[in-house]
Design a protein around this ligand. Structure first.
Ligand code: AMP
Length: 334
């Protein structure tokens, strides 16, 4: 009988080069666009008043562990704490493209998580300063090689692409159900322009009307993006490209306190890793999905940004190793 499968020397292994974590590349440039916000969060474990949040806040913070010279594009009102803007700078983010509007209020979002912590209701979205936001791209941002379009009005995400003189090497876009419900046409126009789209499973179904995630992925890949990531909360994430698919688990955690920002943190770790290695092959994207998942696993351990602001490279390294151990196995098919 003919033997099938892999030989003993070709074992299933996930290769992680931890050197990357220690060699922040200064050559790349990563622009992060999205909301910088106040959030009010309710989970079965507690409730917060206004705390700092926002899609770009989470993505930028997460990416800052991998990439230098992150450039932020966003807008806040004069109610936003100056200390936090300074903190962005300390994390290596340029805030030249962060506009502060006098007499206006920062974007506000309130959400309540269900018992399962995987689903939530949006209780309030106050666009405030976002309503007349006109993103300005400083000259110092024009060398952008990697662009992270974190959650924001789709027409503003598109404007940022158009205002960059040269198309970045890789554009990653995140979006959410709110924009599918309120700005469908603009969303479709922007999705056409990006390389990688990240959505969660219910958003993938909402975008396509397909229950099967494989069918949904096929439809989304025909809308423009060459790569699609479907996040499934505690059930991991799927990366689709042409007819290939890669699965990354989520780390089984004893306690999840607050999933807010997990998706943005995932996206920041994902693009941060790609920007750091400057390798945008499918294999590199698979590793980036693991880095993104590892960063998201930290985010949910505490409320808001708390866990994300003081991570050490060693903690990240250990966490990534846990992911490797979780999925690594040897198998011989006979
Ligand atoms: P995530 O949990 O990854 O979906 O991200 C939650 C973050 O996204 C919160 O910090 C909110 O401030 C921000 N957010 C919520 N709704 C929106 C929206 N419609 N557009 C942009 N950002 C949003």
């Amino acid at each position: 009988m003919q033997k099938r499968g892999v030989s003993g020397s070709q074992k299933y292994k996930t290769y992680v080069n931890f050197q990357y974590l220690r060699q922040k590349s200064s050559k790349m440039s990563l622009v992060v666009v999205g909301t910088v916000a106040f959030d009010a969060i309710e989970t079965p474990f507690g409730k917060t008043d206004k705390i700092i949040g926002g899609a770009a806040t989470y993505s930028g913070t997460s990416a800052s562990y991998f990439a230098k010279n992150i450039k932020l594009v966003s807008v806040v009102g004069d109610d936003f704490p100056k200390e936090m803007i300074e903190q962005f700078g300390k994390m290596g983010m340029s805030t030249e493209g962060l506009q502060v509007k006098n007499g206006q209020k920062t974007f506000f979002w309130a959400g309540r998580y269900h018992e399962d912590m995987n689903t939530r209701d949006t209780l309030d979205t106050q666009l405030n300063v976002l309503l007349d936001f006109d993103p300005v791209i400083p000259d110092s941002y024009q060398d952008c090689e990697f662009l992270m379009l974190s959650n924001l009005m789709p027409q503003l995400q598109r404007q940022v692409i158009e205002r960059l003189h040269k198309r970045p090497r890789l554009i990653v876009m995140d979006t959410m159900n709110f924009w599918m419900e309120t700005q469908w046409d603009a969303l479709m126009e922007t999705i056409k322009l990006v390389d990688v789209l990240t959505v969660n499973d219910s958003e993938a179904r909402q975008l396509t009307g397909e229950y099967s995630l494989v069918k949904a992925a096929q439809k989304i890949l025909s809308m423009g993006p060459r790569y699609l990531i479907i996040k499934k909360g505690e059930h991991g994430a799927l990366l689709f490209h042409e007819n290939q698919v890669f699965f990354a688990p989520a780390l089984p955690l004893e306690e999840v306190f607050d999933p807010t920002g997990a998706g943005d943190t995932f996206a920041g770790g994902f693009i941060g890793h790609l920007a750091q290695t400057r390798d945008i092959s499918f294999d590199s994207m698979k590793r980036a999905v693991i880095y993104g998942s590892a960063m998201a696993s930290f985010c949910v351990e505490k409320f808001g940004l708390e866990r994300m602001v003081n991570l050490t490279p060693e903690e990240i390294e250990t966490r990534v190793q846990q992911f490797v151990d979780l999925v690594q196995f040897d198998i011989q098919l006979v």
